[in-house]
Design a protein around this ligand. Structure first.
Ligand code: FES
Length: 98
């Protein structure tokens, strides 16, 4: 279980295996916009401020979209594609620019 924080707002506890795309209603309320929820549009790009090690590595599809939209930093990820890893993890904190 990890505590998910988005733009400073606590969303709740997330278990290993949780896809953050499934929480897009809650996460949107905290200010990260979603479009396709399928890793294609890039609208949901965020900065992982804490807990990058708590997240599964990006899939090829996510990496392709990140490259296409010019995001090359390791901590820039597509929120809809994030999957929480199993195991001990305290905090996952995401931030969007606006
Ligand atoms: S909502 Fe389209 S890539 Fe995440």
């Amino acid at each position: 279980m990890a505590k998910l924080i988005v733009n400073g707002k606590v969303i709740g506890e997330v278990e290993g295996g949780t896809k953050l795309g499934d929480l897009h209603h809650e996460i949107e309320k905290a200010g990260i916009e979603f479009g396709c929820t399928d890793g294609q549009c890039g609208v949901c790009v965020c900065t992982v401020k804490r807990g990058l090690e708590c997240l599964e590595e990006p899939s090829e599809a996510e990496e392709e979209t990140l490259w296409r939209i010019g995001e090359y930093e390791e901590n820039r990820r597509l929120t809809c594609q994030l999957v929480v890893k199993n195991g001990a993890c305290d905090i996952i904190e995401l931030e969007s620019e606006d």
